[in-house]
Design a protein around this ligand. Structure first.
Ligand SMILES: Cc1cc2nc3c(=O)[nH]c(=O)nc-3n(C[C@H](O)[C@H](O)[C@H](O)COP(=O)(O)OP(=O)(O)OC[C@H]3O[C@@H](n4cnc5c(N)ncnc54)[C@H](O)[C@@H]3O)c2cc1C
Length: 471
């Protein structure tokens, strides 16, 4: 597995670098360029703790698509690698700098351009934070469905570039399913507007679908037209506790056919980490809990009745139901705290695997077995209703042997996921972390076609090199 982000372009002379920085500085306002090495440290990496990162040559903080275009024309002229960056909350090293790159921070393009209640769309710039947009549309009785746990610390541009998932995907789908149109600046500076403002539309190739999830390797997203929905009725919430992780997984399998809006899992390691940190009153003796929500009629009563039956049939040791908004939000907060809580236990390697929902029981059993075999502590949580789990491998600080075992265990989890018909990334992306494993999933033909697309759009290879596609 690739663990270091490095730039393949290499051969840019120091003279070319100096000329590039000179022209960039002359082109953008003073607050739009950063070149001081100490200040550049803040643009170096995302939240992927096991990865190294290179040193940027400069960072640009554009305010308009025209400024992004000009920066890319300049980068093409001098063959400078370009790393687009949102809020840096990524978990695959996608925004990690490569040596000598220009980091393009999109956070100053942070305007909600329009919210149309007639057309049910929002037009936004990439630097808008997910939670800001969600709150703004909620104020108008609407829903922006994609809700990664990181909604307060991740940008819409980053969400688009990673095709972010979240807690509500089981009902409303991932970011791609809420994206109608995009403005993208290509590597040569071309400003491309693609997609539409209608929910339906099949004219031409689906370029929007191509750019969503391309992790900054095909272009820079400078605006998006996003699909909104009428706000659903208030949700009801069910919390079920289990004495075995396998029982919880079996209960999820038994919920087939239920239109729940959230189906989340936390194992005992995760429950204890959250409880130790936040003292929320979670039952730390449970081996696992499921948090299920439904926004169907009457607080999702019919759906949650079926869910309750499935949990009882799978030997739930306790079931609580609530229609109280504050109580439900508290539970969702506990789930959102899962990863930061596990981060307190050591260096974390957070996996992001997804299997067809019918194979979830096998995946959960395999992760428990791998933890035993490799002697690694693993906290497992995630969007179990999508078959998407985040087994989080915990490496005690300074323990090199444990680090080696964790890396092997992570590889074993990826291998078993693929053998179950799953994917090595449900929502976080490939970035620098998993690029050398991508061929295992896509096969040689998939990699060849992907490279053909990359080469057509970015012939000089300046866009986020060393990410996604294997060398
Ligand atoms: C506590 C925590 C919880 C999380 N929970 C979830 C979750 O539930 N679901 C989920 O999917 N993810 C989750 N994540 C991961 C992360 O938040 C997402 O991947 C998010 O979409 C990244 O957004 P960002 O703005 O931070 O992007 P960054 O990390 O800055 O960048 C991510 C990638 O997008 C590219 N990029 C950024 N902006 C642009 C742009 N304008 N144009 C082109 N490329 C661009 C970068 O080059 C990089 O490849 C979580 C992370 C944390 C720390």
């Amino acid at each position: 597995m690739q663990r270091l982000a490095s730039g393949p372009l290499g051969a840019v002379t120091s003279r070319a670098r100096a000329d590039f920085v000179g022209e960039l500085t002359a082109m953008l306002p003073p607050e739009g360029v950063v070149t001081r090495p100490e200040a550049l440290e803040g643009f170096q990496r995302d939240q992927t703790h096991v990865l190294g990162a290179g040193k940027p040559l400069a960072a640009a903080l554009p305010r308009t698509a025209a400024e992004v275009s000009a920066a890319l024309v300049l980068a093409s002229k001098y063959r400078i690698p370009v790393v687009p960056r949102g809020a840096g909350s990524g978990l695959a090293g996608g925004a990690n700098a490569v040596d000598g790159c220009l980091t393009l921070s999109m956070l100053r393009m942070d305007r909600i351009v329009e919210i149309s209640t007639d057309d049910l769309v929002a037009v936004v710039q990439p630097g808008v934070m997910n939670a800001t947009l969600a709150a703004e549309v909620a104020g108008q009785g609407l829903l922006y469905a994609p809700d990664p746990s990181s909604l307060e610390i991740s940008s819409i541009g980053g969400n688009l570039a990673t095709n972010a998932g979240g807690l509500r995907c089981v009902k409303y789908g991932v970011t791609r399913e809420s994206t109608l149109g995009l403005e993208v600046v290509l590597a040569d500076g071309t400003i491309l507007r693609t997609g539409r403002r209608t929910v339906k539309g099949v004219a031409g190739f689906d370029l929007v679908g191509l750019f969503v999830g391309s992790e900054g390797t095909l272009g820079v997203i400078t605006e998006a037209t996003l699909r909104l929905r009428p706000a659903p009725p208030p949700a009801g919430t069910l919390l079920a506790s289990f004495a075995g992780l396998a029982d919880a997984a079996e209960a999820v399998a038994g919920m087939r056919g239920v239109s729940a809006s959230v189906i989340e899992l936390m194992d005992q390691t995760t429950i204890r980490a959250v409880e130790d940190w936040q003292r929320l009153g979670l039952d730390t003796s449970s081996a696992a809990i499921l948090i299920v929500r439904s926004d169907g009629a009457d607080f999702g009563r019919v759906e949650l009745d079926v869910v309750e039956l499935a949990c009882q049939s799978s030997r739930a040791t306790g079931i609580l139901r609530s229609t109280d908004a504050l109580e439900s939000e508290g539970l969702m907060g506990a789930r959102r705290a899962a990863f930061p809580a596990l981060e307190r236990l050591g260096i974390t390697l957070l996996e992001d695997v997804a299997v067809p929902r019918g194979r979830i029981v096998e995946l959960v059993a395999a992760v428990e077995r791998i933890a035993d075999e490799h002697q690694v502590q693993i906290g497992t949580f995630g969007h179990v209703g999508d078959g998407n789990l985040h087994p989080t491998l915990i490496i005690p600080r300074g323990d090199e042997a444990a680090r080696g075992r964790a890396l092997e265990a992570a590889d074993a989890i990826l291998a078993i996921t693929l053998s179950l018909g799953g994917t090595i990334s449900g929502e976080h992306g490939i970035g620098a972390l998993k690029r050398e494993r991508l061929a295992d999933e896509l096969g040689p033909e998939g990699i060849r076609v992907s490279w053909a697309i990359k080469n057509a759009l970015d012939p000089l290879g300046i866009m986020n090199p060393g990410k996604v596609l294997p060398s």
